[in-house]
Design a protein around this ligand. Structure first.
Ligand code: SAH
Length: 222
């Protein structure tokens, strides 16, 4: 794959950002990160011409890269500040990871599909993005690396993963789509005390499911 960003791609990104603004995304720091990250380089080459449409696309292993609007919406809810330590569940293509890093965050990202983990671990540094990569089950989080300022779940969870709530620092926020395979509602949990959380709900979305355990190359569950 040729890792090039062209004048044409930059022009398409500007149009995408204008569309996201029209659809209600207001956080200029989020829009600026989306304007800067070359989304076409995160898609398989056959989909490159669609990279800047507001659509989800296959990234292999039955997974998808989230729509730009969804990425912008979740990132806005997270209220990212530079130097914050963020745990991301579902590395996938690495596009959302790159957006968080562009905003100055220090990102710890977990993926359960081994081939995606390997691919994205190679791609992101080539593009100049350096998160901490982990292969594992995001339901467990990363207890030894926490607490985190923010946690972002990019797959639809059937129930709230309790382990993740415990890994938020007091005052921290977790953004997570909760619901069934038919659709999820976006939730924001703010940890307000040792055992106290505030819950808010936002719009409806459609994510691939958050699954338990890990999956290796032969698609065997472990
Ligand atoms: N942030 C990604 C979105 C990918 S889709 C992007 O920008 O491309 C969601 C991803 O979550 C998939 O790659 C899927 O394999 C992963 N996933 C699902 N359940 C998981 C779990 N329990 N732990 C870690 N990753 C998980």
């Amino acid at each position: 794959m040729i890792l090039s960003d062209t004048y044409k791609h930059r022009g398409l990104r500007k149009i995408l950002v204008d569309n996201l603004r029209r659809k209600g995304i207001k956080d200029e720091k989020v829009l600026s990160a989306i304007n800067d990250v070359p989304r076409h380089l995160f898609l398989e080459s056959g989909f490159i011409n669609y990279a800047y449409k507001n659509q989800a696309f296959p990234i292999g292993s039955g997974q998808t890269i989230s729509q730009p609007y969804t990425v912008a919406y979740q990132t806005s809810l997270l209220k990212v500040k530079p130097k914050e330590k963020i745990l991301e569940i579902g590395t996938g293509s690495g596009y959302q990871t790159a957006v968080l890093i562009k905003m100055g965050a220090i990102v710890y990202t977990i993926e359960r599909q081994h081939d995606l983990f390997i691919r994205t671990q190679q791609l992101l540094p080539e593009l100049g993005f350096f998160p901490h990569f982990f292969f594992g089950d995001g339901y467990k989080g990363l207890p030894t690396y926490g607490p985190f300022d923010k946690i972002l779940v990019t797959a639809g969870a059937p129930t709230i993963p309790k382990e993740l709530l415990k890994q938020l620092r007091i005052g921290g926020r977790m953004v997570i789509p909760l619901g069934s395979n038919e659709g999820q509602t976006m939730f924001v949990y703010t940890r307000t005390g040792k055992d106290k959380y505030k819950e808010e709900t936002h719009g409806k979305f459609s994510f691939v499911p958050m699954l338990k355990g890990t999956e290796n190359k032969n698609n065997e569950n472990t």
